[in-house]
Every structure is written in structure tokens, then in C-alpha cells.
Design a binder for this molecule. Structure first.
Ligand code: CP
Length: 306
């Protein structure tokens, strides 16, 4: 019988799953994963209600490379727009698709409803509270670049959005990693996420004072997260001190720069940093493909045995 696993939250993964998925992403990146088309005969629905360059392309390309075929759905394509329920849509999808990759940018309960029949794997390509496939990409990138994730010190500067939430949840599975979040006041991790992270691994402040020195990674995200708007008209003033500039490298000259992209040069990060020699942001973007392939394999039980 075919395996049907879902990835809707980082919390759907065991520690072993997380470590293996990151390692598998590195193998795809390095070209050392076994060749073949383990998903031949599979059909993947790629449903994006919000804009995407990387995640949509990564999962489409990844599914095709693994031998699956894909059907793309945009925001105006499904009868949910005319009142059909998600539950009914899920029943239909489950009888025709093997995998549904969905970016709703909304409540993950909708993704759980798609997954309820357990007839197809559902992958969260970004919901409002969490972006779990971004976190797996980020772990893949850390493992690929440093050779390990344990022991790494990451300074994250920017909004406590779905990328930050997923990263905090994922790094919490590495007991000797440390994630120092500097989030603008009023734009930090939600209480719901804070209750799920390991406080020994993840700390959060809402200022840029006393920054740690000797960190391995400085990470930021764009100020306007896809599919969201900010309630405070003065939000740019609140975010301004949290711009990532070359000054941040004074205490951490060896740190690499990561960004989930898309970027707005001159807002969350200067062009000098994003396009500079310490930036691995576009390697990180490439790793979305390798990580997506690892996730697709795992969801269908086509991953190598542990
Ligand atoms: N980082 C990320 O999810 O990029 P896209 O919005 O382009 O998919």
C-alpha cells in the first residue's frame, strides 16, 4: 500500500524526519541521491491562491523530476470560489490526485480538511502561521553550507512571520543550535508559536541592542510577507531599525547571510549585503528545489529507509 504522509506543520515531523529530510535535500543538491523516477504514475495538484516564484516552481519542477505529473490551479480555478466546500473538493481531489501542494496563506485548518480523507498527501506551501517547507529548505541550506546544524548560532532580524515561526520550530529540534530573533515590537512570534518552541534554543527580543557576536548566520525576511497586510500605518518606522546592513557583520565577520526571498533591496536588507560575498540567499533559493524533492519523496513513502 502506498504511504500517505502530510506536511502541514513542522510539528507533523519527528526529529528523525527533520534530520533525514534536511540530509536528503543536501543529497539532491549534491547530485548524490539515487537517480530515478520514484513518483512515476503519481499526479500532483499544485494549488496556489497567492503569488509564488520559488515554492511553486520548486514543487512543480521537483514533482516532474521525480517522475510525477502535475496540474496547476490558480486562485480563480476551483469551485470553492462559487461555494463548493473544501470538504467536497477534498473528496474529489483525493480520488484523482496523489499529492496536493497548496499555498492558501490562510488558516491551516483548511489544509487539514484537504488531508482528512488521507487519500492524497497534503503539503503546506505557506499558511498564515507557518511556512514549513521554507524551514526545511533553510535546514538543508545550513547543513549543505556548514556540514552540521547542531551548534550553529543564527541571528534572525525581521518580522516574526510564518518563515520565522517555522524556522524557530525546526531549529528547536537541534538541542545545541541557537536562534536569536530580533523582531519589531508588535511583530514578533505569536503566543501560539512561542508555546511550541524550545526556549533553550530560541530567544526573542524586540530591539537591536546587545547583538550577539560570532554568529554563523544572519537571516532576514522581507517586511511585507506574502498575503498579509499590516494594521499599523506607521509600520515602516517600527521596522526601520531592523534593516540588515553591513554593520551587523562587525561582530560576526564570518557570518553568512540568508534570506527566504523575495527581497526588497533598501528595505529589510541593503543591496550591498544581499548581493555581497557573504550572501548565500540564492543558493538557499536553489535549495527549495532539492528540499521539495525530499519532501515529495517522503510524503509518498518513496524516501530511502532510515
Ligand atoms: N520564499 C518563498 O516562499 O518564496 P515564494 O513566495 O516565491 O514561493
Amino acid at each position: 500500500m502506498t504511504t500517505t504522509r502530510h506536511l502541514i506543520s513542522v510539528d507533523d515531523l519527528t526529529d528523525g524526519d527533520i534530520h533525514r529530510l534536511a540530509a536528503r535535500g543536501v543529497r539532491f543538491r549534491e547530485g548524490t541521491a539515487a537517480a530515478g523516477t520514484p513518483l512515476a504514475g503519481h499526479l500532483a495538484g499544485i494549488y496556489f491562491r497567492k503569488t509564488s516564484t520559488r515554492t511553486r516552481t520548486a514543487f512543480t519542477a521537483g514533482a516532474l523530476r521525480l517522475g510525477a505529473q502535475t496540474i496547476a490551479y490558480g486562485p480563480d480555478d476551483l469551485q470553492t470560489n462559487t461555494g463548493e466546500t473544501v470538504e467536497d473538493t477534498a473528496q474529489v481531489f483525493g480520488r484523482m490526485l496523489d499529492v496536493l501542494v497548496a499555498r492558501t496563506a490562510g488558516d491551516p485548518a483548511e489544509l487539514r480538511a484537504f488531508a482528512a480523507g488521507n487519500r492524497m498527501s497534503v503539503i503546506n506551501a505557506m499558511s498564515a502561521p507557518e511556512h514549513p517547507t521554507q524551514a526545511l529548505t533553510d535546514l538543508t541550506t545550513l547543513l549543505w553550507h556548514f556540514g552540521h546544524v547542531d551548534g550553529l548560532r543564527v541571528l534572525y532580524v525581521g518580522e516574526g512571520n510564518n518563515t520565522a515561526a517555522a524556522l524557530a520550530l525546526a531549529l528547536s529540534r537541534y538541542r545545541s543550535a541557537h536562534l536569536d530573533l530580533r523582531t519589531p515590537p508588535g511583530y514578533g512570534l505569536t503566543g501560539e508559536v512561542l508555546a511550541r518552541i524550545d526556549p533553550k534554543v530560541v530567544t526573542e527580543r524586540h530591539d537591536m541592542k546587545d547583538l550577539p557576536e560570532g554568529v554563523d548566520v544572519i537571516y532576514t525576511t522581507r517586511w511585507q510577507t506574502t498575503g498579509t497586510s499590516k494594521p499599523d500605518a506607521n509600520w515602516r518606522n517600527i521596522f526601520a531599525p531592523f534593516q540588515v546592513t553591513a554593520d551587523l557583520w562587525r561582530g560576526s565577520p564570518d557570518a553568512v547571510f540568508m534570506h527566504d526571498l523575495p527581497a526588497h533591496r533598501g528595505e529589510e536588507v541593503t543591496a550591498e549585503v544581499l548581493d555581497g560575498p557573504r550572501s548565500i540567499a540564492f543558493d538557499q533559493a536553489e535549495n527549495k528545489l532539492h528540499s521539495a524533492m525530499a519532501v515529495l519523496e517522503w510524503c509518498r513513502g518513496a524516501d530511502p529507509a532510515p
